[in-house]
Design a protein around this ligand. Sequence first.
Ligand code: PAF
Length: 286
Amino acid sequence: MAPVVARTRAELEEARPRIEGTLALVPTMGALHEGHLSLIRQARRSADAVAVSIFVNPLQFAPGEDFDRYPRTFETDLQACAAEGVDLVFAPGRDVMYPDEPQVTIKSGPMGEIVEGAARPGHFDGMLTVVLKLLNLLRPDVAIFGEKDAQQLAMIRRMVADLNVPVRVAGGPTVREPDGLALSSRNRYLSAAERETAAALSRALRAGEDAAADGPDAVLGAAGAVLDKAASAEPPLALDYLVLVDPLTFTALGGDRTGPAVLAVAGRVGATHLIDNVSLHLGKEH
Ligand code: PAF
């Protein structure tokens, strides 16, 4: 059955009470790919009904970023949602989410200013603001986000804990191309040659993962060597960061640290900003 589509708050207020049982929400900016579909399937296993929101959130793009050219593919997204048995699609316009200039917004705090937050100042404030609005509007029992955006997921968990938001947050595994490139709506910006260079990001993460038993320096060294090579490829990869961080706080890990860690990488190929990460266990005992 085709999902109910709500584009306005009035339509949502009519549709939401008709959902029976528990609700899982998959917030998206559209341009749905297999990664989103896998989150939708996870949502279906997690609750009685599934809602998908589709909204390209202007608040999380800085001036000069790709807000205007971000892919908008509503009709195909809707078909994909129908094929996955989604019950409700919330696809508000900017005027619905931000009827006027918002005065009160979420401040992401120190964690919002490091790693991806340092590369994209203000991004996490805008992201958390829209996520909280979506949670308030749809009131899901569980909300599911991709682990590809690991810092985003960690920050949403933190917001939900700090502000006592009544929702369970779950992460869904990153879906990859056969050569390892993480699926992303932004991959469609890449030319064939750029696409080849971009595959170095996941190769670097795999190299880092393979060195995890030998500790932080070995991880960063192995991953860095792959990225150095990609920096002189044609077209080149311009590295934004390669960091080994604590999975909960995203603060840097080093020395003889052992235990769980996230190796996160971001870079630009042409004009396209790409991020990826892998969870690993530092040290020999695992
Ligand atoms: O990951 C995304 O697509 C966006 O950041 C999200 C969570 C839908 C908020 O706009």
